[in-house]
Design a protein around this ligand. Structure first.
Ligand code: FES
Length: 106
């Protein structure tokens, strides 16, 4: 079972057990994790699922795609090198993923 560690801008952390095949966004929305909206449902048209992915997990997912890259430019909180749209981070079984939620999504 994958696990996602969500760190809020204030440093507080929430650990959620996820289902393999779900995205980091879906896991957050289903479990009421603050700060991840997922307005478009995961079709790369909103950028309200922006997160900062921990360096240790950088190699666990495919690189940023062209559409994701464009949408990240529209994120409410300025993107950084480790910015990802969490709807594109699909969880494999047994994976432990650490993300930080940005200050604002809208
Ligand atoms: S949920 Fe809209 S881009 Fe990820």
């Amino acid at each position: 079972m994958p696990k996602v560690f969500y760190t809020q801008p204030d440093g507080s952390e929430r650990v959620v057990e996820a289902a393999a095949g779900d995205s980091v966004m879906q896991t957050a929305v289903r479990n009421g994790v603050a700060g991840i909206v997922g307005q478009c449902g995961g079709v790369l048209s909103c950028a309200t699922c922006h997160v900062f992915l921990a360096e240790e997990n950088a190699g666990d997912f495919p690189p940023v795609g062209e559409d994701e890259d464009e949408m990240l430019d529209c994120a409410a909180t300025e993107r950084e090198d480790n910015s990802r749209l969490s709807c594109q981070l699909v969880l494999d079984d047994g994976r432990e993923v650490h993300v930080t939620v940005p200050e604002a999504q809208l």
